[in-house]
Design a protein. Structure first.
Ligand SMILES: [Zn+2]
Ligand SMILES: [Zn+2]
Length: 248
């Protein structure tokens, strides 16, 4: 199975990166999964897609849902009809679906929405989907997807505390945010994000086969990504970039 990173920036786009979005084209028969719909979501417009697209939102911050405002082109320029379902917590959906209300948007959302809750797993086309609350201003939720043979956890917008470590144990692929270099710790604490050392702590406690880091500060250049530091602890860690396709 492949996952494609469509947006790997946190907060705002950079020259080479859009905000949070990842895509699993063949998540289930004729069904694709989208993990967050930041501005990177535009990259799906006009592509041949499965007839069902399931969008899993971690929270309502705009770098995770702004791409939903590309809804009209997404629907009208898809080569074949495509049905959207948006998943999120009650608070997240209440906020995000308001994007489609006048005067913010000209057309009503005609897709479906489904509330997800911690402790209540759901089945999405044969995939077990569970969520866990993260520590982040306004809240965020980690997702775990369990296929019969594979598992993936998606954790973004979190301070990297211990609460969710059990939830993501032993996954085949852990996608985790790494918003800030260690020297930006004050801003990480203020905005509820991880530094390099926070990610290292998580990586050391979780037996993930592979880790892909994303949600980077778009103002950081390669020199302050601290890749060496993370690779020393976690040689398999991948620093995702827009357009990267990972097999898991
Ligand atoms: Zn974010
Ligand atoms: Zn956020």
């Amino acid at each position: 199975m492949n996952i494609e990173f469509l947006g790997t920036a946190g907060y705002h786009p950079g020259e080479m990166s859009h905000t949070s979005c990842a895509f699993i084209q063949d998540a289930a028969p004729d069904c694709g999964f989208v993990l967050d719909a930041g501005t990177g979501f535009f990259r799906l417009i006009g592509r041949p897609l499965p007839s069902q697209i399931k969008i899993f939102l971690t929270h309502a911050h705009l770098d995770h849902c702004f791409g939903l405002t590309f809804y009209l082109d997404f629907i009208n320029f898809s080569p074949s009809p495509c049905e959207l379902t948006i998943y999120g917590s009650r608070e997240c959906l209440d906020a995000v679906l308001g994007i489609f209300d006048s005067p913010l948007f000209p057309v009503a959302y005609r897709g479906k929405s489904v509330v997800v809750e911690p402790g209540r797993d759901i089945d999405v086309h044969g995939v077990k989907v569970s969520v866990f609350p993260l520590t982040h201003p306004g809240g965020s939720h980690a997702y775990r997807f369990d296929w019969p043979q594979k598992s993936l956890a998606y954790v973004t917008d979190t301070i990297g505390d211990e609460r969710y470590l059990e939830f993501i144990q032993n996954v085949d692929l852990l996608i985790h945010e790494r918003n800030f270099a260690n020297e930006m710790q004050d801003l990480a604490i203020l905005s509820g994000h991880c530094t390099t050392d926070d990610v290292i702590r998580v990586a050391q406690s979780v037996r993930a086969k592979r880790i892909a880091l994303t949600h980077f500060n778009p103002l950081e250049d390669a020199a302050i990504l601290e890749e060496d530091k993370i690779h020393r602890v976690c040689p398999n860690a991948v620093f995702a970039r827009d357009g990267l396709v990972l097999e898991f």
